[in-house]
Design a protein around this ligand. Structure first.
Ligand code: CTP
Ligand code: CA
Length: 225
């Protein structure tokens, strides 16, 4: 599907996309975060809207302008993102988890700024696990036939890691990026393989994030039937 000539093949569908990266506060001025730019998730939201879908974009700290014609819900933490995903997914045909969700959050939130103490080393930061949103919505679909898509950035044995993750999460599609220079974080371009729970493997050549987004929607549409 060429850009700029999008057919409204997602008309009548509601799709939910999460984008960006969650931030887990330590105190009022500090957080644990990650490098996700949000660009791939925003590209997914824009392309779905261009193809006629009703789009809910759950934006975690992306710092990007709200795309036109998209319902945007801004969230901060993984726990907030989970609430927003569960709410938006209730009537969604597809949910795409492009956000980088922090695996852990500080066990304790200090309501006042953490200060240095003379002559004392800092306390270690205790962490607890965040909920696994993708696994949860995959295991407990809000609607029959809802298509659930995850993203994974992997190194080393990228495809084997991706296959194992797809099975563990229970989603229908997993977009696997190889992490490397130039690729993925903050870049305008991306290269990926989309793995299907049906055993399919769709390579997407290095190119704009919109092209990968359109391939994801093509694969989602095929599964929606
Ligand atoms: N994800 C999620 N909730 C989490 C962690 C991840 O919904 N707590 C989603 C991400 O949005 C992404 C997919 O799961 O779509 C894969 O994320 P990834 O970090 O690769 O998976 P993990 O299971 O956390 O594996 P790893 O230990 O490799 O980080
Ligand atoms: Ca993770």
């Amino acid at each position: 599907l060429a850009r700029g000539t999008a057919e409204p093949d997602l008309r009548g569908r509601h799709v939910v996309v999460s984008a960006g990266g969650t931030r887990e506060p330590l105190d009022p001025v500090r957080f644990l975060g990650n490098r996700s730019s949000g660009k791939q998730g925003y590209a997914l939201a824009r392309t779905a809207a261009a193809r006629g879908a009703r789009v809910t974009l759950l934006a975690a700290n992306a710092g990007l302008p709200d795309p036109a014609g998209v319902d945007v819900v801004h969230v901060g933490t993984a726990v907030q993102l989970r609430e927003a995903v569960l709410k938006a997914a209730a009537d969604a045909d597809a949910v795409v988890m492009a956000a980088a969700v922090a695996d852990f959050r500080p066990a304790v939130y200090a309501t006042g700024k953490i200060k240095k103490k003379d002559g004392h080393e800092p306390d270690p930061v205790a962490l607890v696990r965040n909920p696994d949103i993708l696994a949860e919505i995959s295991a407990d679909r809000a609607r029959p036939g809802q298509v659930v898509v995850g993203f994974a950035a992997e190194t080393d044995d990228v495809l084997a890691n991706g296959r194992a993750k797809l099975a563990r999460k229970g989603c229908d599609l997993l977009v696997v990026n190889e992490v490397g220079e130039r690729k993925t974080f903050g870049s305008e371009q991306n290269e990926a393989v989309v793995l299907g729970a049906d055993g399919s493997e769709t390579p997407v050549p290095y190119g704009p994030k919109e092209a990968l987004a359109d391939t994801v929607w093509d694969l989602v549409l095929r599964r929606l039937g």
